[in-house]
Design a protein around this ligand. Sequence first.
Ligand code: FES
Ligand SMILES: [Fe+2]
Length: 353
Amino acid sequence: MTDRGDGFLRDIWYFAVHGRDIAPGALTHKVIAGEPVLLGRTKAGEAFAIRDICPHRGVPLSYGKFIDTDNQPTVQCPYHGWRFGTDGVCKHIPSLYEGQDMDPTRISVASYPLREQQGVLWIWMPSDLRAPSQPDDQPPVMPGVGNRPARIVEKMQLSCHVDNAVIGLIDPAHGPFVHKNWWWRDEGRMREKAKAFAPVKNGFSMVAHKPSANSKVYKLMGGDVKTEISFLLPGVRVEHITAGKHHLVGMTTVTPAGAQTTEITQSFFSTVPWLNVIAPLLKPFVHHFLKQDVDVVNLLQQGLSFDPRLMLINEADVQGKWYFSMKTEWDRARAEGRPFKNPVPETVLRWRS
Ligand code: FES
Ligand SMILES: [Fe+2]
């Protein structure tokens, strides 16, 4: 099984961090899907991820420092100075005497496959660290924006399990109540929606449509505006807006740290020159929007602490049901060593929002 009982999917790419947050020569610590991870970047610019626990006596290696061993960058543990390569293999043990019969390279910490694309570091979390799977899949690519990095990034911590964060992310019915903003929409402008959905690789998509007439922001983009919203396992929502020849992509990722801690990151990529220029001015709006979700999750957490039974109703919560059936199928497929069979049907969902 890839699910170890913590409800986190394994053998899958997770959003780790934007690459620019890890400068050359930096070592940082981050808990991802219950695993302590050292995310680092060598002075030459290569990003890597290894388990952040020294196999000798358990000190987090992220408290160590870079030092070269045989002209290769290694991380030196602050306790007894063992040195580990970016592949996790131990390259040097200072306490060994000349000629001592012990080969440091037989010791290693787990290393996690890492991909850096569009300025994003994606990390592969294997189900078994003793016999780690290698990626048989690519991390998601944001459409239409080439290799441009994100222009606006805003992240926050949610005090809930990643499942609740995902349900919140793909819930179409909370908008008019939680995101009541003069520049967005409110309850008084609710309309009946009918949206066509289709399965896509590792997820589903609300196929390209004209955005809600009740969202003022879209009107600013001008021209022939179309938007396509996808959700991909383990927790990536991609909103792709095209306006004429231009693209704006909003990527929302939820990455679990522990059982009750999830990081939500909202990133915007764009080919619209003026949007890239005014990006810093838009940051407060993004912050405000995200904060509304964080605040409601904190309310939710008060109720969830009593472990109530919850419900997902038709048809507004069908996307939530799909999320759970996709997770179950992901685990089954991995356990049975076969490709993921997407359980999402091609269908139209109707609701009011
Ligand atoms: S704990 Fe890391 S070298 Fe001893
Ligand atoms: Fe929301």
